[in-house]
Write a protein that binds this ligand. Structure first.
Ligand code: SF4
Ligand code: SF4
Length: 389
């Protein structure tokens, strides 16, 4: 009991932390464009961009090397611990799990589709994978993006939700409502990442074994499995649907389940360690590539530091800033600036201090313009446009 509590604490701490981290990153991007869009932190983007990287040595728009790095970490995890990414890292899977838990609490039971229908529906995700990858590679654009529930989740509260991500939002709501009754509906039937990982996980080094001598076939493990994997009547869990969540371990009264390397029965890995090592793979991969500056936490702007500093808003103009910075960051019409500040075109590249213009006054001028235009002053730092530029 003590062991299963520790295992759950580790798992939920990881899942909650990752969900919070992604929400923070998504929110930061909506206010400060120096933070990359959430796509840059999506491992599926790495898979979508694989073709263009191999063929053209370039990423798809919005995808960065960090997506590819995360994709590599997901594959590495799958080769060791099967779909442990789905069970212990993916925040979209976790959102569905939360909905399912609430459903269980309220309804007192989990629902299942008839097994024949369930088997047929599980193929949908493979179809989605083929269509998404085929379409993306043919059009060289992220065709799944408007339908992506995860992208929609990060645009809740933004104007783009109903214009650009409406289908994704509908899928998100349907997944959460569906999971309330059926648990992880999107994972089981639709997710292209899950479809990719299912066959890869089959060659995973570690798998779950059920000791037939200990197992009493009580079915408790089956009843908690969010992916409806049949555990009680198997000796080895070979299903590509198992997400290594280790929930079945926590309820087994006979301690009949174990995680072992495929070819060994003696060397066992504690379920809590499998969860911890999954996180460790991501921490190490992201840590190393952050140090080597390959993992991008900041979108490249190509701007000089004095200009880029303004994007980390709210930062005020300083004497070393120029009117060119004002045009670049605040998108104010240069003609309007020339007229208001009585400067020539050549003066745009000179520091405000050299032009003897007070940076605070220029700042107030910009903020007044934004207010007059009825624009959210916070959007100043997110690249809002003003003055007809
Ligand atoms: S199947 Fe998809 S949504 Fe579900 S946990 Fe895996 S990657 Fe996340
Ligand atoms: S078989 Fe066990 S580890 Fe795999 S998904 Fe089901 S409950 Fe989780």
């Amino acid at each position: 009991m003590q062991k299963s509590t520790t295992q759950k604490i580790i798992r939920y701490t990881i899942l909650v932390s990752i969900l919070l981290l992604t929400v923070i990153l998504g929110r930061l991007h909506s206010y400060i464009k120096l933070f990359p869009a959430i796509d840059a932190f999506c491992p599926f983007g790495g898979l979508e961009s694989l073709f263009t990287v191999i063929r053209y040595d370039a990423f798809l728009k919005r995808i960065a090397l960090s997506s590819m790095i995360l994709f590599g970490a997901v594959v590495l995890t799958a080769l060791l611990f099967r779909r442990s990414f789905c069970g212990n890292i993916c925040p979209l899977g976790f959102l569905q799990e939360i909905s399912a838990r609430i459903g269980m609490k309220i309804l007192g039971k989990r629902f299942y589709l008839p097994s024949r229908l369930d088997r047929i529906m599980r193929f949908i995700k493979f179809l989605v994978l083929v269509v998404v990858l085929g379409g993306t590679w043919l059009t060289l654009s992220l065709i799944f993006r408007p339908m992506d529930p995860w992208a929609a989740f990060h645009h809740i509260g933004s104007e783009e939700l109903f214009s650009s991500y409406f289908i994704g939002f509908i899928i998100l709501i349907a997944s959460l409502i569906g999971s309330f009754f059926l648990d992880r509906v999107f994972c089981k039937y639709v997710c292209p990442m899950g479809a990719f990982l299912a066959p890869v996980s089959k060659i995973g080094l570690y798998s779950i074994k059920n000791d037939r001598e200990k197992c009493t076939s009580c079915g408790k493990c089956d009843s908690v499995c969010s992916m409806n994997v049949s555990i009680s009547d198997s000796e080895v869990i070979k299903s590509g649907e198992c997400i290594s969540c280790m929930e079945c371990f926590a309820v087994c009264p006979e301690a009949a389940l174990s995680v072992t390397p495929l070819k060994s029965r003696d060397r066992k890995l504690k379920p809590s360690l499998l969860i911890f090592f999954t996180l460790l793979i991501f921490v190490v991969v992201i840590g190393i590539t952050t140090v080597t500056k390959q993992f991008v936490w900041k979108a490249p702007t190509g701007l000089p530091p004095r200009t880029e500093r303004l994007l980390w808003g709210p930062q005020r103009l300083k004497g070393d800033n120029t009117f060119e910075d004002v045009v670049t960051i605040f998108r104010i019409n240069p003609a309007f600036i020339m007229q208001e500040w009585e400067i020539s075109e050549e003066d745009f590249t000179l520091p405000l201090s050299e032009l003897q213009k007070d940076p605070d006054s220029v700042q107030e001028f910009i903020e007044e313009l934004y207010e007059e235009a009825g624009l959210d002053p916070r959007k100043i730092y997110a690249g809002g446009a003003c003055g007809g530029h």
